[in-house]
Design a protein around this ligand. Sequence first.
Ligand SMILES: Nc1ncnc2c1ncn2[C@@H]1O[C@H](COP(=O)(O)OP(=O)(O)OP(=O)(O)O)[C@@H](O)[C@H]1O
Ligand SMILES: [Mg+2]
Length: 534
Amino acid sequence: MDIAKTKILIVEDDPFVQDMLATILEGGGYATDKAGNGLEALEKCLTDRSIDLIVSDVNMPVMDGIQLIKEVRKRGMEVPIIMVTGVSSISVAVDALSSGAIDYVLKDEGIEETIIITVKRALAKHQLKLQNLQLVADLAKKTTEQEDTLSSLTAIISNMPDGLLVTNAQVQITLANPALGRMCGIDETKLIGQHCQDAFHGNLAPLFEMICSKTDHPVAVQIELAGGRTGSAVAAAIRKQLAFSEKRDEFLGNLVIVRDITSEKELERMKDDFLSTVSHELRTPLTSVLGFTRVIKKKLAEVVFPQLPPADAKTRRTVQQISDNLDIIVAEGERLTTLINDVLDLSKMEAGRIEWRREPAPIPEILEHAIAATTSLFERKGIAIVKNIAAGLPSVSCDRDRIIQVVINLLSNAVKFTDSGAVTVTARRRLPTDCPLEGGEDFVAVTVSDTGIGIAEKDMDKVFEKFKQVGDTLTDRPKGSGLGLPICKQIVESHGGKIWAESSLGNGSLFSFILPASQNPPESRRDNDIAETA
Ligand SMILES: Nc1ncnc2c1ncn2[C@@H]1O[C@H](COP(=O)(O)OP(=O)(O)OP(=O)(O)O)[C@@H](O)[C@H]1O
Ligand SMILES: [Mg+2]
């Protein structure tokens, strides 16, 4: 405490002793105030909050020193009080201490020195006491706050609709909430302390395998829950960050969240069923509409139109109009048939109802086939097609027709969204640097690149979604149905491959896919870098 500001109240009825004490204390650097008895001192304390310490005599008129201590404490004041007692009255000193005095000094010849020492000691002790009280109050506040946080956290965990499971590093369960118990059909309180292998078996075994996978990235699995319901479980490692250490963060255990996705799955199934039923039902009448339109067109052209008077301009115009309209009906009918076939195809693939015919097939032949099938599109737009097929490519074990379908989709997109320049088809063995599958496996990579309109960065993620056509669909008439790329994705992924796009607006696009090479020996050498112009 700053001595210059420390104010001591001297309580003494003898003016001589009062002056003597004041002189000693002021000589020690303290400010003083005086009171002639206990009552006067009490009144001063109540009005003057700047008094830091009281030095009081015992025997005084009106109110003695012991009474003063009691009155001061009764009013909740913590100001430290030193009792000045006679040499022969040790019992009075004891009385004063038990009433709440901080210390005492004997009124003898050495008081000049002892009073300064005692005052310093009392002030330091009082300061310590105040700090201690503050610490205790802070601790109590923090404890209450933590208890509040803990109880609201417990309430959140107990009431959350998702299942929550926490394990320690030894894969023993340390926390399981009621939702998890309900979903798994087990009493969650009995899970605590159990090893995951003992707790999760049968339908729930994937949970245990997932927890043990110990990857740094969150892993997700679908699990069968109690009552035939379906859950989606995601597990992530819990790590403690070691602030000043070169070592990896300490692994503490796993956190698993289980969500009941039964209704989402059901909804998805209903939507797919609906789509495939509607598409199926549409296909039959559409075949008739198209078939009869073609017949009508043929009959009109071969039988009816030749019978009309040739010189009549109005009739000629009408004949031309009917012909054009029939062409539109056929073209739109064909577009609708393609769309329906795509929807059916995709829903069958998603439902796993497609049988893939796997046999080793050479990629160059697949590419040639797809290029031949799209040549007319390139010729119509005057776009060049460049082939860049590496020699000695290994075969891929695949459903040949389906991979041709993928390349046709990519080529027809490239030509559709390119107005000038060229489309390049590249096939090579090594992995492209940005390939999403790594691990040293042998892949064949095919890339279709164009010099067309490109795709904005914000749209890059959407192009593989169903019915998504990006770009300005308000001003540009949609040039398809948005099913080509989702179909490509399904096919490529069913073959254990990956498909991805790289592009930026105005700078052309690059669509690549990779397929695992089959174990068969590489086929015979082919010419490299052949360029052709359609
Ligand atoms: N080479 C490309 N250049 C620019 N945009 C492309 C390219 N390929 C695809 N896209 C964008 O991605 C969208 C989705 O392509 P997708 O092949 O799935 O559908 P689509 O070609 O519009 O219709 P569909 O293939 O069913 O006839 C396209 O509508 C287009 O906006
Ligand atoms: Mg397409």
